[in-house]
Design a protein around this ligand. Structure first.
Ligand SMILES: *Cc1c(COP(=O)(O)O)cnc(C)c1O
Length: 420
């Protein structure tokens, strides 16, 4: 099946006489005919037993997303943050380190630089544009992973995924890619060598600002038996001696994430949330196409305006990331544009407050046009140095183009720019 078809049919197939629409299984628990059967599940979870870590409705969505990304399995989480957290914790323990590009989402910077550090896990940030030899200097004997974003939020830098996959694999560790802005419709990181893909499904995948969520996808391609990951190859005492690579083959990573981390942390979405996410996924290919088209029109408008100092949209031919976009995002570079208005922060705030159709909100990649000032919101906790490293100019506005008629979006921009 192709993407449009997968979005409608993957994950759930009705039985004879069964409901056309994937049912919401709103139940915390599941019933078995014997104590013996339940006992076996605690050794080897082959069925749903408790909705803290698995549920049939959520599972259907997991299968659909895994299929879209070209992975062997997926696990949904209650937020994108939880997905990034568990993706790392499945590899790193106290005393380990990992490498991340510095151009990533502000919330992820906090998680990696501040909170994980308190747990004894060190993140070493690298410049995504640096050459391979420079990036390789960040590796230590305890490095367990490399992390980056396909299309960085909000710098809109396109990551050279193949370069990072090669570097990670030379050092025997997996590459984790946050593919939130691109979605599998615009880019499939696994096809470029990524081993693990994470998403905030709160953005385009849900698309309607209905529920916060995340997902981790396992490519099934990484060799966990290369000596660097004993937790995968030695018995897990908390599961009566399960050996993930021996017992689950190329699904070792995603099953370990569920059996150890989701069991213990429980940041699993509700069935109802998965149902809503599935509705968003059904129309994702149609929506992504229109986001890209609308955003290209808006980016070109900003580009010719004498009130705008800089436009960052990799779809534009003179954008510094256009060449990388042609390789990794040939069908479009999503609906998010970063602009820097002349006149700095004050002008930025005036422009944003003057918009009537576009709303000022803490969200992005939504069906309705919205704007945000990263330096005073999502990236507020970052130091000036971190802001620069993340590609965030103090006057930068993240303009998330929605699916309104593009003429209405342009009219709104025009009337507000006129007053700046
Ligand atoms: C929003 C976002 C996150 C965090 O996701 P939540 O669902 O808000 O927890 C992570 N990465 C990127 C790129 C994001 O845009």
């Amino acid at each position: 099946m192709r993407d449009e078809t997968k979005c409608l049919h993957s994950g759930y197939t009705p039985e004879n006489g069964g409901p056309r629409v994937m049912p919401i299984v709103q139940s915390t628990t599941y019933v078995f005919d014997s104590t013996e059967h339940i006992g076996q599940l605690f050794d080897m979870p082959t069925a749903h037993m408790y909705s803290r870590f698995s549920n049939p409705t959520v599972e259907a969505v997991e299968k659909k997303i895994a299929d879209l990304e070209g992975g062997v399995g997926a696990m949904c989480t209650s937020s994108g943050q939880a997905a990034s957290l568990l993706a790392i914790l499945n590899l790193c323990s106290a005393g380990d380190s990992f490498i991340s590009t510095s151009t990533i989402y502000g919330g992820t910077v906090n998680l990696f630089a501040v909170t994980l550090k308190r747990f004894g896990i060190e993140c070493i940030f690298v410049d995504a544009e640096a050459d391979e030899a420079e990036i390789e200097k960040a590796f230590r004997p305890n490095t367990k992973a490399v992390f980056g974003e396909t299309l960085a939020n909000p710098a809109l830098a396109v990551l050279d995924i193949e370069k990072f996959a090669n570097i990670a694999h030379r050092h025997g560790v997996p590459l984790i890619i946050d593919n939130t802005f691109a979605t599998p419709i615009l880019c499939k990181p696994i096809s470029f060598g990524a081993d693990i893909v994470v998403h905030s499904t709160s953005k385009y995948m849900d698309g309607h600002a209905l529920q916060v969520g995340g997902v981790i996808v396992d490519s099934g391609n990484f060799d966990w038996k290369n000596g660097n990951f004993p937790e995968f190859t030695e018995p897990d005492e908390s599961y009566h001696g399960v050996v993930y690579t021996r017992d689950f083959g190329n699904m070792a990573y995603i099953i370990k994430a569920r059996m150890q981390l989701m069991r213990d942390f429980g940041c699993y979405p509700a069935a109802n949330s998965a149902f809503l996410l599935n509705l968003g996924l059904e129309t994702l290919p149609v929506r992504m196409k229109q986001y890209c088209e609308n955003a290209m029109t808006v980016a070109k408008f900003f580009k010719q305006s004498d009130k705008i100092e800089e436009v960052r949209y990799a779809g534009l031919e003179d954008d510094p990331y256009h060449e990388l976009a042609k390789k990794y995002l040939p069908n479009g570079t999503c609906g998010v544009i970063s602009i820097v208005i002349k006149g700095g922060k004050q002008a930025a705030v005036k422009f944003m407050d003057g918009l009537k159709l576009a709303s000022n909100e803490v969200h992005v990649a939504d069906i309705k046009t919205c704007v945000l000032h990263p330096a005073s919101a999502t990236h507020r906790q970052l130091t000036d140095e971190q802001l620069v490293a993340a590609g965030v100019n103090p006057g930068l506005i993240r303009f998330s183009v929605g699916l309104e008629n593009v003429e209405d979006i342009l009219e709104d921009i025009r009337q507000s720019l006129d007053r700046v």
